[in-house]
Design a protein around this ligand. Structure first.
Ligand SMILES: C[S@@+](CC[C@H](N)C(=O)[O-])C[C@H]1O[C@@H](n2cnc3c(N)ncnc32)[C@H](O)[C@@H]1O
Length: 219
């Protein structure tokens, strides 16, 4: 493994004292999703909490980066497709590396999806029940593009929903007008409801003292 590469370990508690361990390779260059962001740990904890529900569901992760939530969902029995920006193939390669490290490379599909683009990759997706996105709302210029892609999928697949975590970096973060424009309903999910209210999730140092929020979007 490259000398700049290190591994971050997560250990999530299931029932009956069972645990699930995920090791994420990370490159010390956070620019292209080569690093696990605090919001990913929160979304992963939500997936653990909803493990009975997600089993056998079809899940697409947007902007997956190191792919902690998607890998966990795959290990818990979901059919997972991981996506990242089609313009950054190195991110998808890193996602594959992460899957290989966790023995799910053969179970997961990979696709390049750039937010806001009605690409063939998006149009050719198999069924989707749940769209995951962690820390995809970090640059205001992309907010609408992320929601355009989510709205497209929710409109296409009946009863699908999106689970999104984001890091509150600016106190006036506001997507209400965009949710209204794309006719999306938003439900806030308090982190305490799924044991994600502490600074350490999955025995890791994430999310630390960052403010992370979780929402569910539906039509
Ligand atoms: C802050 S990182 C979050 C990565 C991962 N979800 C996590 O929480 O650890 C943002 C991710 O979005 C991807 N991304 C950035 N711009 C994108 C775009 N326009 N379309 C699709 N993915 C994009 C990046 O490559 C990166 O993997």
């Amino acid at each position: 493994m490259d000398e700049k590469c290190m591994k971050r370990k997560f250990v999530f508690d299931l029932c009956n004292e069972q645990q699930i361990e995920i090791n994420i390779p990370e490159i010390l260059d956070p620019r292209y999703g080569m690093y696990t962001w605090p919001a990913a740990a929160v979304l992963a904890q939500y997936i653990v909490n909803r493990r009975d529900y997600i089993k056998t569901k079809f899940i697409l992760e947007l902007g997956a980066g190191t792919s902690l939530p998607g890998i966990l969902a795959s290990k818990l029995g979901a059919n997972v497709t991981l996506s990242d920006n089609s313009l950054f193939p190195q991110c998808i390669e890193h996602s594959k590396r992460s899957c290989k490290e966790n023995q799910v490379l053969d179970k997961v599909d990979f696709v390049g999806i750039t937010w806001g683009q009605y690409s063939l990759a998006l149009l050719n997706l198999p069924h989707v029940d749940i769209v995951l996105a962690s820390d995809c709302f970090y640059d205001e210029k992309d907010f609408e593009d992320v929601l355009v892609t989510v709205a497209f999928i929710l409109n296409r697949y009946k009863n699908s929903k999106s689970w999104i975590t984001y890091q509150e970096r600016i106190s006036d973060f506001d997507i209400v007008h965009l949710l209204h424009k794309w006719k999306l309903k938003c439900c806030h999910i308090p982190l305490k409801m799924f044991d994600a209210g502490s600074s350490s999730i999955g025995q890791s140092h994430l999310p630390g003292n960052h403010t992370i929020r979780m929402i569910e979007l539906t039509l």
